[in-house]
Write a protein that binds this ligand. Sequence first.
Ligand SMILES: *[C@@H]1O[C@H](CO)[C@@H](O)[C@H](O)[C@H]1NC(C)=O
Ligand SMILES: *[C@@H]1O[C@H](CO)[C@@H](O)[C@H](O)[C@H]1NC(C)=O
Length: 353
Amino acid sequence: MRLFSLALLVSTWAWACSALVIDTASLGLHDNQLAQHADPSLAGYLGVFFLGADPYVYFYLSNGNNPISFKALNKGSPIFKPTKGTGGVRDPTIVPGGGSEAGKKWYIIGTDLNIGKTTWDAAQRKGSKGIFVWESTDLINWVNESLVVVEDNTAGMVWAPEAIWDPAKGQYLVHWASKFYPTSDPNHIGNPSSIRIRYAYTSDFRTFSTPQTYIDRSPTNIIDLTILPLNPSNSSSQSFLRFMKDETLKTVFVETSTTGLFGTWTRAGGSSVIIQSGVEGPAAYWDNTTPGKVHLLLDFYGSDGYRPFESSNPGSNSGWTQSSRTGWPTGLRHGSVMAVDQGLYGRLSSKWG
Ligand SMILES: *[C@@H]1O[C@H](CO)[C@@H](O)[C@H](O)[C@H]1NC(C)=O
Ligand SMILES: *[C@@H]1O[C@H](CO)[C@@H](O)[C@H](O)[C@H]1NC(C)=O
């Protein structure tokens, strides 16, 4: 009897250990890379958002190096407004330059949608097939506004574009959500496909490769993909986290790849685990000072917009906790946050602080 329980205990322990090993390895954490994340050169965070009734680009700067305390720049007025397309931009995301543009160039891209001028139904059947692009070499002057059409007329809309430098390709991977109507339904009156994530490559946000499908979970609708490098200190690392919204169930979840942006993605915990329901527009960023901690903004679209969450095990769908909102502004909607060094922090502060 005793021997049996001991054997059971040993085998349970061995199973627990092997499970643990598989889990950490699948997250790419086997060589303590997380310890490298906190970067002493980083002095704060720039948040780029739109506000509920105001589809323009707003900047928020962290109070010092506090990742969950932000103040509006430019006295709360937009940094810029679109002049093309619908005249409204939602889901603005700031894309740091990669490769030869690293530290020298930034892009803001976003959805061409002013919902005040249309309806949610029309916006998905006959919405814009373009993405807004602005360019900057200093984070202060935003120029060269363009509306780049990325899908053909079978698409109902192009939503929530984001981009990330792909070290394996040496170009930017741009992705967005679209659904499609058959060519026999040119007026988009009938039933569309499920919403899937599409992608294209670009070197300059002017010319894009022919779009292809990146994530298709049909019949489930997927929108609002965002990708976070797992080892930001190594620009050639092939490890990434990706957060997205299940638009059918209205939930947000995370997947991990250690084999590149087109490698094998694993949803830790299985196909039904989630981080949070009733939210959209995930925006993720590493903590500048606490190694291994990720902040995740989740847009409570039916309520007060973004609320910050945090985790020290960001590849897991469980264990995310709501952060303090003492220093958190209300009403921020789907956008993005980027770490900035002292030079950029000072420049943003003196221009718009
Ligand atoms: C704006 O476009 C012009 C013409 O292509 C280019 O020379 C310039 O570098 C661009 N400005 C920025 C800030 O990217
Ligand atoms: C960075 O990542 C690449 C690709 O995985 C790897 O070959 C290289 O050893 C890494 N560099 C460092 C300093 O860890």
